[in-house]
Ligand binder design. Structure first.
Ligand code: AMP
Length: 539
């Protein structure tokens, strides 16, 4: 027997409608590419999202069409989230840190009809414009007075697009399982894979993340998400903040310590969210100027492991609690969160810090288990480690137009991470199963780098590993065996790679070795090399 309750769909548009009626005066503050600080209210954002929806419909954009964005965290990107998804099209957020071939691949694979781009990223598009010929319209996220010269065809400014549109718009109602957002994984090997979030998954994920013991967001909160809207929807904060009416501060292109501090000082956020690299820059800046992050109570750190020194520095120098979190593109992205608990109150500092090093416990909605190579469940004793498997209503069940099912096993998703789970259900990540290198919260594929380097005529075998780096957490180090009599230098190899890989993928150094260790099946054995070279780039 079914229950007797109303079957109202969970749509992204219902969030902005609720926010505009219940929290109309809540502020949204943005640093813009044009240089100035913009401020308005959620009600203004809702109105402009409706103008955008009207503009898209007038120009024949239909439900299900892919509309791409290549943009920083700003109020205009926020309006795109709601305007595009709200009218039933799919907002495809593009990560500008992908290298050009990957940008071409995902724009063509998604068959994006329109592309909204921030001024900063115009050169990226100009360089690939001849390869993305299916995009019908480019919209530059600025007004006519800031419209630059560009070689892109069919360009208009965002402000002129929406200027004359009506503020009246009824968000359409449709199946909550309809797609709302498309985000491609940064990829380990091969082409990036698209994860297609539904309205339902987006709304449920946002609701779950709000809980006091999850991110703990309320109307009293002021969030500064440095985590980008161009990847995994800024951890859902554009939705969670709107549900409760929390103030949002968008940093735009200013990710450096001084720019973030300027916004913290002027807007007084209590909750910061981002990857470790960003917080390292902020902490170093605060040391330089000798000031304290007074308003900040919590700093959510995810994307890469939060180091002990960061947990300590936030606590001891800024009285801020570091909330360690783990998730991934395929999980919308939040999986586990390590917020303050009553048990931590009675712990010694050292005991608390070592608990904070773990990635936390799952939000309600996420189930986890670890399994061995034969897919047998392992014990949750905090010691046994295995492949981390997850399932839940905001976890993907397949990739967009891609029939690779290798990560989907008996209704569970194989995260590709190797982890332990303790008896209290705290997750602790051991390694990425596939040796991927994490640099500034972004992925670098060691295999792609090896494949590029091995093309050098003087190199016999190459192995790329991630080694610790003071600023970027990890950077790639290339170990290579030269052919006999070769006189190639590290710089020669780097020059060779320079037009084959994204600039930020360039190995920090090339070390020539006589031999490389292998597993029994002939694969490179990287664990020992990582240990050996761990501190190679450290001062
Ligand atoms: P992405 O899909 O780009 O968000 O990357 C997801 C991957 O980042 C995860 O599968 C982990 O390997 C890694 N990751 C995310 N959060 C953490 C964390 N807190 N500690 C260590 N690795 C993390």
């Amino acid at each position: 027997m079914h229950g007797n309750m109303m079957d109202r769909p969970l749509l992204v548009s219902s969030i902005i409608d609720h926010a505009a009626t219940t929290h109309p005066h809540t502020e949204i503050v943005s640093r813009l590419c044009e240089g100035d600080i913009h401020r308005y209210t959620i009600k203004d954002a809702a109105t402009r999202s409706k103008k955008l929806a009207n503009a898209l419909i007038k120009r024949n954009i239909s439900q299900g069409d892919r509309i791409a964005t290549l943009a920083w965290n700003t109020h205009r990107h926020y309006e795109l989230y709601y305007g595009v998804a709200g009218m039933g099209a799919i907002a495809h957020t593009i990560n500008p840190r992908l290298f050009p071939e990957q940008l071409v691949y995902i724009i063509n694979h998604a068959e994006d009809r329109w592309l909204f781009v921030d001024l900063t990223f115009l050169p990226l598009l100009e360089a690939i414009k001849d390869k993305i010929t299916k995009v019908e319209q480019f919209v530059i996220l600025t007004d006519d007075s800031h419209l630059p010269e560009t070689s892109l065809p069919n360009v208009i400014s965002y402000e002129s697009l929406i200027a004359d549109e009506s503020e009246q718009f009824e968000w359409p109602e449709f199946d909550e399982k309809q797609a709302a957002f498309l985000c491609y994984t940064s990829g380990t090997t091969g082409n990036p894979k698209g994860v297609l979030y539904s309205h339902r998954s987006t709304v449920i994920h946002a609701m779950a993340s709000i809980a006091t013991d999850a991110l703990g967001i309320s109307e009293k909160s002021c969030l500064l998400p440095v985590v980008p809207m161009f990847h995994v929807n800024a951890w859902g904060t554009p939705f969670s903040s709107a549900i409760v009416g929390a103030k949002m501060v968008f940093p735009g292109p200013g990710m450096d310590g001084a720019s973030i501090w300027e916004l913290v000082d002027s807007e007084q956020p209590d909750l910061l969210l981002g990857v470790p690299t960003v917080w390292l820059m902020l902490l170093n800046h605060m040391d330089e100027i000798g000031k304290k992050l007074n308003s900040v109570q919590n700093v959510v750190v995810g994307g890469s492991a939060a180091p002990l020194s960061m947990i300590q520095r936030f606590d001891e120098q800024h009285d801020a609690f570091l909330i360690h979190a783990w998730g991934m593109t395929e999980m919308s992205p939040i999986g586990t969160i390590n917020n303050f608990t009553p048990a931590m109150r009675s712990m010694s500092k050292d005991a608390r810090y070592s608990l904070q090093l773990k990635q936390g416990r799952p939000c309600y909605g996420v189930e986890m288990k670890i399994v061995d190579d034969a897919n047998q469940a392992l014990i949750h004793d905090g010691k046994a480690f295995g492949h981390l498997m997850v399932r839940g209503p905001w976890i993907t069940n397949g990739y967009y137009l891609n029939d690779d099912r290798s990560s989907f096993v008996d209704g569970w998703f194989d995260t590709g991470d190797v982890a332990t789970i303790d008896p209290d259900n705290y997750l602790s990540l051991v390694d990425r199963a596939k040796d991927v290198i994490k640099s500034g919260g972004e992925w670098i594929s060691s295999i792609d780098l090896e494949n590029a380097a091995i093309g050098h005529p003087d190199l016999q075998e190459c192995c790329v590993i991630g080694v610790a780096h003071e600023k970027w957490d990890e950077r790639p180090l290339l170990l290579a065996i030269k052919t006999a009599d070769s006189t190639a230098t590290a710089d020669d190899v780097k020059n060779y790679l320079s037009d084959k890989i994204a600039k930020w993928w360039m190995p920090d150094d090339v070390v020539f070795v006589d031999s490389l260790p292998h597993t029994a099946t002939g694969k490179l054995l990287k664990i020992d090399l990582r240990k050996q070279y761990q501190d190679y780039l450290m001062p």
